[in-house]
Design a protein around this ligand. Sequence first.
Ligand SMILES: Cc1cc2nc3c(=O)[nH]c(=O)nc-3n(C[C@H](O)[C@H](O)[C@H](O)COP(=O)(O)OP(=O)(O)OC[C@H]3O[C@@H](n4cnc5c(N)ncnc54)[C@H](O)[C@@H]3O)c2cc1C
Length: 407
Amino acid sequence: MSNVKNIALIGAGIVGLSTSYYLQSSGHKVTIFDQNDPGSGTSRGHANVIADYGVPALNQPDIWRNLLRYIFYSDSPLNISWSYLPKMLPWIVKFLKNCNSKSMNNTAEQMTSLLKDALPSYETLLTEIGATDLVTHKGVLYVWMNEKEKPTPDQIEVRKKNNVEQVSLSPAEILDLEPNLNKSIKGGWYFPRAHHTLNPDKILNKLFLKFLEKGGQFLKERVFSVNPSHGKFKINNRDFDCLVICSGAFSNDLVNQLENKRIPLETERGYHLEFLGMQDYLTRPTCLIESGIYLTPLEYGIRAAGTVELAGTKKKINESRLKYINYYAKQLIPKLQDYQNSWLGYRPTLPDCLPIISKSPKLENLFYGFGHNHLGWTLGPITGKVISGLVNGETSNNPAFSINKFL
Ligand SMILES: Cc1cc2nc3c(=O)[nH]c(=O)nc-3n(C[C@H](O)[C@H](O)[C@H](O)COP(=O)(O)OP(=O)(O)OC[C@H]3O[C@@H](n4cnc5c(N)ncnc54)[C@H](O)[C@@H]3O)c2cc1C
């Protein structure tokens, strides 16, 4: 390849590691900076769903109907910290402006343009790293016990419009598929095309080992500042031709330095509990809609993951969220026993619920890949492929995912 670049990439989550893979495959030399171990952030704790059915996003008109419940009741899938509310208000206002049918449909359409290539990009990557046994194809179930919580006609219609295969199931059909679920389930939908992964730590580790095998360098360092000069970047006293920021929910300080503006990036905190050794109780990821949590069978147990907490990145674990997940996990599968592990992670979210996958408008050789909210595990590989195309000059910014819309 004629134009080999010496690239710095900040952030070793699924987005950063996948992007490094595609950049290395194009012949570039990549150095990853991360203050923590590779793959030890949000990318290890999710519900493991490769959610190619993942529309609509959170920005739905329905949010208005439930707003008071989210603000005032802790027993709800979305929880707001009062002390963080003033700081978060500008983001909340922008987000609420997107909670209408037009924005919901636009987000769904743009997300679908990425989701349709998500699985093939995953399969390429998993084959390359020898991890095809760590993904399985069983579909995903959405179920409810409270009739009021079943999907709205709008939600069903958006999926239909975007070619999501969805099958309505009766309680008996659901229990045929998953006999250990609560017998009080009133109904559900099945997404037959969805896949799920069985051990994210193993996948992230294999990706990282492939990165090293291909000559990549990993520096366990936090990046506080980046000095661009004459088309180059100095990062922690080293020089690079090109910079890619994949720092998830923590990307804003670097964006601010480089673009002279903070963008409305916030975090939707989410939690998981793991019930070790109980994987035989369930075959496929199952979401109890009213709780906002998924139960997913992994290689080594069941992970109950989900909920949204708006409380920033600094507040410690909220024990009442763990109790909430534990309660609803046992509602869904009554024979679950005690959990062993708990975890908190930070979904990076912009108010239109679209990720930024973009070239900088200001600096040559500066690129961004962050803001994948609820779908980062699904969209990591396709994001890497798109960024590699941007770096190689093979594609140009898609306005829907461009950082320009916030500058
Ligand atoms: C409970 C829960 C369930 C979820 N379920 C799913 C699911 O089923 N399917 C799905 O597709 N998605 C899911 N997601 C979303 C998904 O997990 C995220 O979108 C995704 O992991 C984000 O990946 P990332 O690489 O952008 O960020 P991260 O994994 O957070 O990686 C960013 C990295 O950047 C590093 N970093 C940040 N700043 C700096 C700096 N200044 N210097 C050096 N390093 C830095 C961090 O240490 C971190 O390692 C879920 C999320 C949660 C919380």
